[in-house]
Design a protein around this ligand. Structure first.
Ligand code: HEM
Length: 144
């Protein structure tokens, strides 16, 4: 169960990052060109939302089945003194949950707007910030 989830979480991360980069670039281009927010723009933003939510779900289950979770009982708050444990058990989950909250806010705020340039701006800003959060706390050494 753990090994399968870890592998899925690891590969799904590629998809999430690629789609979010595409969604942000698409929103910046849409805003800059002043074009109408169309079906393709809606679809790419929606895929970014759905893919990141699926990753959140996989990550949450992985958190509790990972052997790393046992460090809470063996080390207690000592988890915070070890850079690797802190990254996996505290920084990566919290930052990524915040990132997905930002992405969800971007999606909701863009839906409330009727003007295309405002829709693009909401997606570019919130998805962009979410992406920066995600990139800042990925365990790069273990991943690539
Ligand atoms: C879009 C959001 C996320 C992305 C892109 C992401 C990406 C990654 C990547 C690339 C790894 C390294 C995988 C490997 O070693 O091959 C990882 C590990 C991990 N992630 Fe995430 N993650 C996300 C969200 C979350 C969330 C929300 C949680 C928990 C609440 C979480 C929990 C974990 C855990 C526990 C590991 C370490 C698994 C282990 O080595 O035992 N992730 N994540």
């Amino acid at each position: 169960m753990y090994a399968i989830l870890k592998t899925i979480h690891s590969y799904w991360a590629f998809l999430v990052l690629i789609i979010l980069v595409l969604a942000v670039l698409n929103a910046i281009r849409g805003k800059a060109s002043g074009k109408e927010f169309g079906a393709k723009d809606l679809r790419i933003s929606l895929f970014g939302l759905i893919f990141s939510h699926i990753q959140l779900l996989i990550g949450l289950i992985l958190y509790f089945v990972s052997p790393r979770f046992d460090q809470w009982s063996t080390l207690g708050m000592g988890v915070m003194k070890n850079a690797e444990s802190r990254l996996y058990l505290v920084e990566h989950p919290i930052t990524n949950i915040l990132a997905i909250v930002l992405i969800t806010m971007g999606w909701s705020l863009h839906k409330r707007q009727t003007i295309s340039s405002k829709k693009f701006l909401r997606i570019a800003l919130f998805y962009g910030l979410g992406l920066v959060f995600l990139l800042s706390r990925i365990p790069w050494d273990a991943w690539i």
